[in-house]
Design a protein around this ligand. Structure first.
Ligand code: B12
Length: 356
């Protein structure tokens, strides 16, 4: 620490300014008190809403007690980065059953790396001014209650769809944090919520995964079913999945606050390999090598080739019954993976049923 006592109020302003320079749209500071959010998390876990995401139940209190993750943590710098790519018409893709809908956050490069790097740069900048402080930069990379912290820092409110929503920027953004031992002044929390009587997200959810305001049963959420679930997708959800092959944005697309969302100019978040507008048959034809090559550096790669094909098979089962669709499915009836075979058989059965 410098010998002269720093003016932390002024310093907090500079942190916000540096954050903006590093490409964050909003940076604010909060303390580590998360009791209320912890109670909600515990209810959610007790209801088994996390499904196969066993890691959500591990680490105990570390998730809601930041100083257990990084001893000495007094403050959390919470940051938002918008990701919506320009020149994009998600509704048109969703409405075209021959096309693949990939959730907008995954069209470009994986956000984890970019955000963590920028947060680490911000922390280094703090270091260079104030002397060494103990910090850790986090982006969905450790047990952290990111939305709870962001709400407390004043970045927005937790909407009925459980998204963190900002009245000037909607919800199309990522969150990240810096845990720090610096005694920075804290920002005012967002106490009011502005969903009002609107229930558009609850009503639109194709699988009724939003089981009540602020409560998502992940086991029903298409994002979970297409990304996190490793095995067979329960049949009841296959038709409602439509053409959504990686994640789902319906509860954001319908949110009225998203008319205030800002587009992202980050080159990393721009769509790669035409993924924002691409046919299901083309994607289903990718070999494993092509999959690995085209998803290098993307969050999509995490799910692996087998789940990728599983998801596309379901979408092709929901596509119009053209000879090209049926031929694409038939070409994979003997796929090396039993999981893929089972979903292909289901998809073909949908077309046979329609033909009868
Ligand atoms: C697990 C997880 C998922 C799971 C479960 C989602 C969920 N709602 O919990 C699945 C795979 C389904 C998922 C999907 C998505 N996710 Co996700 N996910 C996470 C993760 C890792 C943990 C979330 C968590 O703690 N869940 C536990 C539950 C209890 O928390 P919660 O639903 O947020 O509930 C809070 C409040 O609603 C409140 N609460 C709960 N019950 C009640 C009841 C009442 C009455 C009240 C008043 C309040 C209340 O308290 C809770 C704690 O704060 C975070 C990263 C992180 N480490 O925080 C990213 C994160 C939340 N996801 C994110 C994104 C972008 C998505 C998707 C949009 C991706 C996509 N397009 O497919 C979807 C959105 C689906 C949705 N509506 O949530 C972003 C959200 C950014 C934002 N603006 O909010 C995060 C923050 C990642 C990041 N670093 O940016 N996700």
């Amino acid at each position: 620490m410098n010998p002269t006592a720093p003016d932390f109020h002024d310093f907090a302003d500079r942190i916000r300014q540096w954050g903006r320079e590093l490409g964050f749209q909003h940076v604010a500071i909060t303390d580590t008190e998360l009791t209320e959010h912890a109670t909600h998390l515990q209810t959610w876990l007790a209801d088994d809403y996390h499904g196969e995401m066993k890691w959500m139940a591990q680490h105990g209190a570390m998730r809601w007690q930041p100083d257990q993750l990084l001893p000495g943590t007094q403050r959390v710098i919470s940051a938002r980065m918008d990701y919506l790519p320009p020149d994009d018409e998600p509704e048109a893709i969703l409405a075209d059953a021959n096309k693949a809908y990939i959730s907008r956050y995954a069209l470009g490069r994986d956000y984890h790396k970019l955000m963590r790097k920028r947060l680490a740069q911000l922390a280094e900048r703090i270091n260079s001014e104030i002397g060494t402080h103990n910090f850790r930069a986090l982006v969905d990379s450790a047990p952290v209650l990111e939305r709870g912290l962001a709400q407390k820092a004043g970045l927005g409110w937790i909407g009925k769809n459980t998204m963190l929503i900002n009245s000037k920027a909607g919800s199309w953004f990522f969150l990240g944090e810096i845990y720090t031992d610096l005694p920075l002044p804290i920002d005012a929390p967002q106490i009011t919520e502005h969903c009002g009587s609107c229930s558009a997200c609850i009503d639109i959810c194709p699988t009724q995964a939003i089981v009540g305001p602020n409560r998502v049963d992940a086991r029903r959420c298409i994002s979970y079913l297409t990304i996190e679930l490793s095995g067979s997708i329960p049949e009841e959800f296959r038709k409602p999945m439509g053409n959504r092959i990686y994640g789902c944005d319906d509860c954001q697309l319908v949110c009225p606050w998203n008319k205030f969302a800002k587009l992202s100019a980050e080159p990393d978040f721009q769509s790669r390999h035409s993924l924002s507008d691409i046919g299901l048959i083309e994607l289903f034809g990718w070999s494993e090598e092509e999959f690995l090559e085209k998803t290098a550096g993307s969050a999509i790669r995490r799910i692996g080739y087998e789940r990728w094909l599983r998801n596309i098979a379901v979408a092709l089962g929901n596509a119009p019954s053209t000879s090209a669709t049926i031929a694409a499915l038939q070409a994979r009836t003997c796929d090396a993976s039993e999981l893929v075979q089972e979903h292909v058989a289901w998809a073909l059965a949908q077309h046979i049923r329609k033909a009868q």
